[in-house]
Design a protein around this ligand. Structure first.
Ligand SMILES: [Zn+2]
Length: 457
């Protein structure tokens, strides 16, 4: 087969790459604290012959590594942050390895290493074929708080690319078309005046302000576009019922399908806060946490990637892995309704005419508004697996996850091989991109004055 050398180059590293993913599973680090993962990824990239820059864009846990020269310049988007509270052992019941500790509940250990696997395959392909082309590997911190890539973009990343590839583990082998929501994240702080809650009348409750702001926000729901979402949690709400709280704060996410809709809805939410402060005689301050664009899969790259998938070798699962996936499926709430036909998905889903709206967000959307990009998925968990659960943490630390990860790496490298060989495919992706952008120009949703979070360890 024309592309066998790519598959061989990646699969030769199966043991080393699975060991690296296991090390990251055993040492989960949350957003912006990916110090060890970043160091291990840099070491590996250097070992495989890439020119590595650790901590570019003012972000200590980011990476920019490259190999090759000339066009097309193909970017790979790696992530390696874990989720708080999702620590899990290799048991098929909820059993944190560290009580309350972080865990790879979205499989970003697999994501980082799958992307490295793709980089190895792409380099091997360019070396063997002698074709022009550059591989740029971006280590992107903090996807789980949806701001890492936006900060990187603000500091100049991604514009050098012709195309960008991302992979994410999931329950299906799949490339999807359509969009996922973008968002703004902000904490609203209110400052009032404390007093005895029963014996005095001169207090000004910051908590009242938060509650009135939330009432206003909840009344927006009838008047926002159907794909918009508003969620909030209280960050601070007073200490005792008999003390008028002089400080209270609420953390909001505002999501919508296009940046302009997010900005409009966010503006109305800010007005709710302003109104609440006036009504309660309190002061208000908003602390903008960050934001990201909606995702926007590029059909030109999706078509090329789907063709690449057909060459990816099938996964060979052991009896033990199949039994574990089956046991995990039985723990999923929808098991009785959606009885899976197999413990782990082995088919392939791509419909070039079907567009989906996804409720979730990813900061890959920012990159997809700068250059044409795609995210592909391979099965790296049980058939009914859902990201951000202990079941996914479990799969991210064993052969189920590692096999999906290696297949994801092989797939991206095979897909890239098509674009290295056919410039027209790259042009087609750009035509689609311009049409999808519909005149929109990427502007980083995080203002210049918002500082880049630094590691806390
Ligand atoms: Zn994720």
């Amino acid at each position: 087969m024309e592309y066998q050398h790519i598959i061989d180059a990646v699969m030769k590293e199966n043991e080393a790459l699975s060991a690296l993913a296991l090390k990251m599973y055993e040492n989960p680090e949350t957003a912006y604290n990916e110090v060890k993962a970043c160091a291990w990824m840099c070491e590996a990239l250097e070992h495989y012959g890439f020119k590595v820059e650790k901590g570019p864009y003012g972000m200590p846990t980011a990476i920019r590594a490259e190999w090759g020269s000339g066009h097309p310049v193909i970017g790979l988007l790696a992530e390696y942050d874990a989720l708080p509270g999702l620590s899990q052992t290799q048991n098929t019941f909820k059993d944190p390895a560290v009580a309350g500790g972080p865990g790879q509940g979205c499989g970003h250990n697999l994501l980082g290493v799958a992307t490295l696997a793709a980089a190895i395959g792409m380099k091997a392909d360019l070396e063997k074929s002698g074709l022009p082309g550059t591989v740029v590997f971006y280590g992107c911190p903090a996807e789980e708080v949806l701001t890492g890539k936006a900060f990187m973009a603000r500091e100049g990343a991604f514009r050098e690319l012709d195309l960008a590839f991302a992979w994410h583990g999931g329950s299906k082998n799949h490339v999807g078309l359509g969009m996922g929501g973008g968002l703004n994240s902000a904490i609203f702080h209110f400052k009032g005046k404390t007093a005895h809650a029963s014996a005095a009348w001169n207090g000004r409750s910051a908590l009242d302000a938060v509650e009135l702001m939330n009432s206003g926000a909840n009344y927006l729901r009838e008047h926002m576009t159907p794909n918009s979402r508003i969620h909030y949690v209280y960050k601070e709400a007073g200490v005792a019922p008999n003390i008028v709280p002089d400080r209270a704060s609420v953390w909001y996410y505002v999501r919508s399908l296009r940046r302009r809709d997010i900005d409009e809805l966010y503006g109305r939410l800010v007005d709710c806060g302003r109104g609440a402060a006036i009504m309660t005689g309190t002061e208000r301050e908003s602390e903008f946490q960050g934001g990201c664009y909606n995702t926007m899969s590029n059909k030109g790259i999706a078509d090329g990637s789907a063709a690449g998938y057909r060459m990816v070798p099938a996964a060979q699962y052991t009896e033990e892995e199949l039994a574990m996936a089956d046991a995990l499926n039985r723990t999923m709430p929808e098991f009785e309704v959606k009885k899976p036909e197999e413990p782990i998905h082995t088919g392939f889903l791509y419909n070039p005419n079907e567009y989906h709206i996804s409720p979730g967000s990813s900061d890959v959307g920012d990159v997809e508004h700068i250059v044409p990009g795609i995210m592909v998925n391979t099965a790296s968990q049980n058939y009914l697996g859902v990201n951000h659960t202990w079941q996914t943490t479990c799969c991210s630390g064993n052969g189920i996850g590692f096999k999906g990860m290696m297949r994801g790496g092989v797939w991206m490298a095979l897909a890239a091989a098509k674009f290295f060989r056919d410039k027209e495919l790259v042009d087609k992706a750009w035509e689609t991109f311009k049409k999808d952008m519909d005149g929109e120009v990427y502007e980083c949703p995080i203002p210049k004055e918002v500082p880049i979070p630094q590691p806390q360890q």
